[in-house]
Design a protein around this ligand. Structure first.
Ligand SMILES: [Zn+2]
Length: 451
């Protein structure tokens, strides 16, 4: 009995001391980092297109790694995967346009709308987007740069359709889209984001049409509805104190898939690197002594087409959102920004809450975002949680790498040594935060309003 007790005591000592020791000495190995990337950014995964089978395979990989590390399915979930239905649309035939009741030549549609458009029209010189007239259809005669900026300004002014003159630029844009217009997509049961449609007319037809401007215009694009499934992979490490809250560590596993010309967009940095970080942080935490707070590790689907995986997660969280004390999203840690001090990463919206300071106090190499006008805080999955009140930020090694959203975002162009150090630098701060009573809070005015 005594002997057993002694052994039990020794065992208990070993159970608490040895993993903690292991944690202090936990070393993220570059070959582990590379191995995740070799799979996620491989040709076999075809660029992990949002809400595709390739994305589902990436999610299955993350789930099976979670299982192997000893993570559990999140509370109430039957497994590690959280599928969500996405409704998207595709053009079902050529568009038609009439001006003053008379059909024009067939317009080429770059951005389509699900509903037909009809109503008033006007001509706009395109010079000052702040002066977009409030009409249904806008013929734009000039302006600099991409018509997409005009579409954004027009959408804000309530315009439903923008028509521009066909040019080399618009022809290249059509080529880039594979000849297919971009159409809205959204989670089932939620209104898809609505924006103005964009179409072009050949020069002579454009001139004929603007001669009639002011007359009622109607535009119809036949559309087909498609259903697709996007998949989140979720792993869970329960905390020892159920009242202490939960920390969410996340990244997105999807990327841009295959371009219409057959080019695979590997997305090794965006965001296979963040997914790799989520996996390695999960492995480190699963090997360590149980923390006070629970830890949720999530790789989202469909970030690239509108943050749908994270938005679905926000609507169907396995633990109530008010129990999530902080969300650390990890995006693009595959290279180090030369603008940042060596070895550090930026945290988007650093000044909005106390999370950055808290992580820094626990040794994290994070600093504020040097590109506030790029609005990165709003451009990643952290935002889906932030608008729901969770203190949620994204950590990034270099958010504006020259390979961003290009075919050059490949395994060969990753800095595996930096990635490994970056992940390593988050292990101890994450563990401290998971054991601490410190609760990150929004600073006054820091919490974003839902747009
Ligand atoms: Zn991206």
């Amino acid at each position: 009995m005594t002997k057993h007790l002694f052994l039990a005591g020794a065992m208990a000592f070993a159970m608490t001391a040895s993993p903690a020791l292991a944690q202090d000495k936990w070393t993220v190995r570059p070959e582990w980092v590379r191995a995740h990337e070799s799979f996620l950014a491989s040709d076999a995964l075809q660029g992990r297109g949002s809400a595709t089978r390739d994305e589902a395979i990436a999610a299955a990989y993350v789930a099976s790694q979670f299982e192997g590390y000893g993570l559990k399915p999140a509370p109430g979930m039957p497994g590690y995967l959280q599928p969500a239905k996405i409704i998207r649309y595709a053009a079902g035939g050529p568009a038609t346009l009439t001006v003053g009741g008379k059909a024009t030549a067939a317009p080429t549609v770059l951005v389509g709308s699900v509903d037909p458009v009809s109503g008033t029209s006007a001509v706009f010189d395109g010079e000052d987007p702040a002066k977009v007239p409030h009409v249904d259809v806008l013929f734009v005669t000039g302006g600099k740069g991409s018509p997409m900026a005009l579409v954004r300004a027009a959408t804000a002014a309530g315009v439903k359709l923008v028509i521009v003159r066909e040019s080399e630029m618009t022809q290249n844009m059509v080529k880039g889209l594979g000849g297919k217009p971009r159409l809205p997509a959204g989670l089932e049961g939620k209104a898809p984001p609505s924006y103005a449609a964009l179409a072009t007319l050949p020069s002579a037809d454009f001139d004929k049409a603007i001669a009639q401007a002011g007359a009622p215009v109607s535009f119809v694009l036949p559309v087909v509805k498609e259903e697709a499934i996007t998949t989140n992979a979720i792993g869970w490490l329960p905390g020892s104190d159920p009242k202490a809250g939960v920390i969410l560590v996340s990244a997105h596993l999807d990327h841009l898939g295959v371009r219409p010309d057959g080019t695979i967009m590997h997305g090794a940095n965006d965001d296979a690197s963040g997914t790799t970080a989520v996996l390695e942080l999960a492995r480190a935490m699963a090997a360590a002594k149980q923390t006070r707070r629970g830890l949720l590790f999530v790789a989202y689907g469909s970030e690239e087409i509108g943050g749908y995986g994270s938005s679905y997660f926000g609507d169907h969280p396995p633990v109530p959102l008010d129990q999530i004390v902080a969300n650390i999203e990890i995006e693009m840690i595959g290279a180090q920004d030369p603008k940042l001090p060596a070895g550090t990463m930026m945290m988007t919206g650093f000044e909005r809450s106390t999370l950055g300071e808290t992580l820094k106090a626990h040794g994290a190499l994070v600093t504020s975002d040097p590109y506030p006008d790029q609005h990165f805080f709003e451009r990643s999955d952290n935002y889906s949680l932030a608008v729901r009140g969770v203190v949620a930020h994204t950590i990034s090694g270099w958010a504006v790498t020259p390979n961003y959203h290009t075919a050059q975002d490949t395994l060969e162009n990753l800095d595996i040594a930096f990635m490994t150090r970056a992940i390593q630098s988050l292990v101890a701060p994450l563990q401290s935060l998971a054991n601490s009573a410190a609760k990150p809070e929004w600073k006054p005015g820091g919490r974003p309003e839902k747009k």
